[in-house]
Design a protein around this ligand. Structure first.
Ligand code: AMP
Ligand code: MN
Ligand code: MN
Ligand code: MN
Length: 280
């Protein structure tokens, strides 16, 4: 597959905080002209089998993937596992641990919200009733539905974001352990949305050094609604650390018109695509 083919290596289904089923997501992607799609739900591979079946029907290539929350220097850092074997036991074991951590974290966050005068128990039951793994996006949606905030962004700004009163510090597995689990499952680890973390440029460099030294193979150079300037900055980082480039929308919902499937920029010149053939 040539690097010119439409590729999207970062998307979510309703198995995490996306709104489409894996089959519907693949259908949307095919209609948007995508030839290669990765399903990368937060900390779960539950949707991969359905996505695979749909991709066969629509004639597009499905990359089995996952977006794993890790901890690096007390910050949550997201690592994409691409071309992973979802049945690999050590990876499955890590993901079982993530599910436990997510449910426990949600109980703690809702406890904090209760102490702030919000109906924490009700919010917790709303989040626990979602079909997939619970995320802060689901809690933000429950806060909107309950009329406590107007929009999901407000829920993060007032309660759920780092440093806000409903925030619970991340206790995700270490970055290096996560990269090792991805590689152990035959996958390539790509650092997701590298400019979204609150890090100084020096700290970002150290993150990338550690990521590369642990066996990380790629950087998400083109991500979501980012423009050419951000892609250029990520491309410079990829070159500096000898990482290949991935491209991903971080698509969650078709109603988010600013972040559609199939409308991503190409990789900047000189960046080796992570999907190069003969591929992984
Ligand atoms: P979690 O993995 O449970 O911490 O949830 C993180 C998810 O929340 C991200 O993947 C985004 O989909 C969503 N999210 C994070 N920050 C914001 C924000 N400021 N506004 C809306 N959604 C957000
Ligand atoms: Mn998300
Ligand atoms: Mn992410
Ligand atoms: Mn994502």
């Amino acid at each position: 597959m040539s690097p010119q083919t439409a590729v999207d290596l970062h998307t979510h289904s309703h198995h995490s905080d996306g709104s489409l089923s894996p089959a519907d997501l693949v259908g949307h992607a095919a209609r948007a002209g995508i030839g290669m799609l990765a399903l990368t739900d937060h900390d779960t591979v539950a949707g991969v089998a359905e996505a695979r079946g749909a991709a066969r029907q629509f004639g597009i290539r499905l990359v089995p993937g996952v977006e794993i929350s890790t901890t690096w220097r007390h910050q949550a850092i997201h690592v994409l596992g691409l071309w992973i074997d979802p049945a690999c036991e050590p990876l499955a074991n890590l993901l079982r641990g993530q599910a436990v951590r997510r449910r426990e974290r949600m109980r703690r966050i809702c406890g904090k919200l209760q102490r702030l005068g919000l109906p924490g128990d009700e919010l917790l039951s709303a989040v626990e009733s979602v079909p997939g793994l619970p995320t802060r996006s689901h809690l933000a949606a429950a806060l909107v539905a309950g009329g406590h905030v107007k929009r999901a962004e407000d829920a993060f700004r007032k309660f759920l974001g780092a440093g806000k009163p409903g925030h619970v510090a991340a206790e995700w597995p270490p970055l290096a352990e996560t990269v090792a689990a991805i590689r152990g499952a035959g996958g390539i680890a790509s650092l997701a949305h590298p400019l979204r973390y609150r890090l100084s440029s020096g700290a970002r460099g150290r993150l990338l050094e550690e990521f590369t030294a642990s066996g990380g193979g790629a950087l998400e150079v083109v991500t979501g609604a980012n423009g050419a300037q951000e892609a250029g900055a990520c491309a410079a980082l990829a070159r500096k650390f000898g990482l290949r480039g991935s491209i991903g929308s971080d698509f969650h919902h078709p109603q988010h018109a600013w972040n559609p499937l199939g409308r991503l920029a190409k990789l900047p010149a000189g960046i080796d695509p992570v999907w190069r053939e003969p591929g992984p």
